[in-house]
Structure formats: C-alpha cells, structure tokens
Design a protein around this ligand. Sequence first.
Ligand code: UD1
Ligand code: CA
Length: 461
Amino acid sequence: MVNSAPNIEIVILAAGKGTRMYSNLPKVLHQIGGKPLLAHVIDCAKQLKASAIHVVYGHGGDTVPASFAGETINWVLQAQQLGTGHAVAQPMAHIEEASLVLVLYGDVPLIESATLQQLVSLAGTTKLALLTAFFDDPGAYGRIVRDTSDKVVRIVEKKDASPQELAIKEINTGFLAAPASLLRSWLAKLDNDNAQGEYYLTDVIAMAVADGVEVVTSQPGSLAEITGINNKSELADMERTYQNKQARKLMEQGVTLRDPARFDVRGNVTIGRDVTIDVNVILEGDVVIGDNVSIGPNTVINNSIIGDGSVVLANCVIEDAKIGRHCTVGPFARLRPETHLSDEAKVGNFVEIKKSEIGKGSKVNHLSYVGDSTLGQNVNIGAGTITCNYDGVNKHRTVIGDNAFIGSDTQLVAPVTVGEGATIGAGTTLVNDAPAGQLTLSRVKQKTIDGWQRPVKKKKD
Ligand code: UD1
Ligand code: CA
C-alpha cells in the first residue's frame, strides 16, 4: 500500500505585539516554566516530525529569531500585522505544493502534539481540519457556523457576528491544517472587508466549502491546550496550570510531593523511585535525582545530579553540582558550579562550596568556604574554615589529602597542600604546605596579664 501521509509543514504565528503585557519583551518571549512561550510551541512542533517549521515574526524584530539560534527554523518577517490570513500568507512561498500546512500560535504554549497529530490525520491530503472547542460563554472567539446538516460552512469573528451567531457555543481555537496547494489559493483571495479591516485566516473556511473541500473538526484534550496569553495575569494562571501538569506527571511516576501547588519545574527533570520533595522546591535546567532521595523545603536545584539515597535538607541552593550517593547537604548550604561531592560526603549549614571535589565520606559541616579545592576521603573540615583561593588577581587551588583534619577557623592560603592524615591546629593561617601525618599550626602563644583591670566609665562633671 502506498503511504499517503503528506509532509507536514508547520507555520507558527508569532508577530503580534502583546500590547497588554506592558513589556519591552515581545510577547512570545515571556516564559512559562522557565522557557519562552514560543519555545513550548516549537518543541511541540518538533514532536510532529514536520519537514519544516516556519515562524512568522514581527514585533520585537530580530530579538525573537536571536533567541532561537541553533534551531532549524525558517524565520519569515511580517513587517506589518495585517491579520492572521496575511500572517499565514507570508511563508507560503517557502512551502511545498504537496505539503499539509499546520497553523500554530506562538502565544498558545500548552498545545499537545497528540491533539495536533489527530488534527493532521483528520485532514489527510484533501481536507481542511479545524480544532474547535465548546464554551458556555464563547467571549471574543470566532464562532463556528454549521448548516442544518451540521456541516461547517464558515467562521464568523465576534465583531462581525449577528446576535444569533454570537449565541453559538462552538468556537474557533485558531489551530487548523490544510493542504498547501488549496490554502495558497484561498489566501490569495482574502480581503480585509470586515469589522476589523484585517485579512482573516478564518475566511478560508467558507472558500473551502465553496470549492467543495470537506471541513472536518476535532477537539483538544483540555482547554488549557488552546488558551492564549494576553497579559501577566493570564501568564501567571498558565504558569500554575503548567506546573500542576508537571507535578501530576511526576506524582503519577511515584514521586512524593508534599504539596504539588508549591513545587516548580523550570526545565527537564528525571526523578527515581521513592523520592520525597518538600514544599517550595524549584528545579531548574536539567536536574537528575536518583532513587530514595529526599529534598527539604525551600531549596533551589539548578542543572545538577543527585545520587541515590542522598538527603538535601531545608534551604539549600545547588547549581551545576554533582552529588554522589548517600550524601547529606544542608540545611542552608550553597553548592556552586563544579562542585562534586563523592559518595557519603556531608556538607552542613552555612557552607559554600565552589569548583571543588569533596572526597568520599569527607565532611564540611559548619560555616565554611571551600573553593577551587580537592579534598581526599574522610577529610574533616572544622567550623569556620576558609580556603583563601583568590589573591585579588588569580585563583589558586587547595589540595587536602585523605584523612586530614582541619581545625576550626583555619585559613588555607592557596596554593597550598595538606598531606594525608595531617592535622591542622585550630585558628591556623596555613601559608606553606603541611606535611602528612603531622600536626601543623600557627598560633600566637596564649598569655594572661596579671592584675589587669577593666576600664571604668568616667563620671561626667
Ligand atoms: C483569532 C481568530 C479567532 C479565534 C482566535 C483564537 C482570526 C481572524 N480569528 O482571533 O477566530 O477564535 O484567534 O484565539 O484568525 N498574528 C500575527 N500577525 C497578524 C495577526 C495575528 O502574527 O497579522 C498572531 C498574533 O500574534 C496572535 C495570533 O496570530 O498570536 C492570533 O491573532 P489575533 O489577532 O489575536 O486573533 P484573534 O482576534 O484572537
Ligand atoms: Ca487573540
């Protein structure tokens, strides 16, 4: 049998200004889940394996294409926004005659590929497929007008509708699929003789009917899929809808979320079995969490990996870090980029670690800064230890061998090396390497001054 599935070419309309966002940023670059609205639509489009993705841009100029460098997209400028029909006409010269054109919207980010796949299948190679929805209060949407035998005959925009048409509850979502050859011929015939003086994409429906082309309809899985964004309030609502979806998906996979309404994913997460996540946790970028991990409240984890059985206590900020298995981090710990904790390491409260390797079973438990360092296994870093890694111009490394014990309030002036099993006395300012297995300390000798008396406050005369 001949495979009759046509090539799909996707047109995404993204030229609008978004006046009601009151922002200098083009509307489609505002974010949901840490990702521009348009990026959500492009990612969905990519799942459909289209032969080309054409994005019609205008407002904001080159900032829109510039935000997607590296994506294979045909950017088509619509210098003036003369209507949705005019917008779709812009890329038609780049679209192959035999393709099926699917129209999407840069400000409608939660559309699902399954819904679009259904629309595309319905259109086949010969039909016009429309995605419609039903609203008790159809508001500003275009209305789907059907004849007595229930066939779609046209779409009427709200501003052009008669009172009877305004009462229609089936609305146009804007999403449609049609054969390129037909769409091209219809778009060429559009005029702007209507209430808004715009070239309406919706006028092609009546043209299809006049040409004897069958108009078929399907519906989205949920109304969130077809909801567009026009202002910050709608953006916030959509953010919650999106986050709720992420949270439900993770819970369906077995993740325990103490409160799905207080959990945000702004990126891509992979989470293992028997993981518990407390309230107000934000996961950003690419985050991988192993099995049996527990994440405490008020924690931000960005582009990091957390190994099996590790515990992150409350109020931690973890960025570009790799945490091994059975580690403990926090409360109040900050792991900065290129921190690598080996298995069973412990990082406690008010500790900052940057670009450092912390060996297996090593502990940095209290009030410390460890930067540009390599710690071996079972090292114990006392409270208040600071690696002085920066001389004001360059950064230098601190290397600490296995089983070393660094006394509290030590400053390690890098570059410096502490040998295996060395002990550094509390309060030491270490400027030279400390030999293995020995006690090294720098300390002013303690003295007591006999007969010393505290000053007394002078009496006012
Ligand atoms: C359109 C539909 C309406 C439907 C509604 C769904 C038309 C004429 N009407 O109305 O039936 O119910 O969407 O939301 O199509 N755009 C451009 N260039 C333009 C004009 C628009 O890129 O010249 C983009 C906008 O940025 C926006 C989208 O197309 O993302 C829709 O345009 P808009 O003017 O908002 O159409 P609606 O009036 O909402
Ligand atoms: Ca709109």
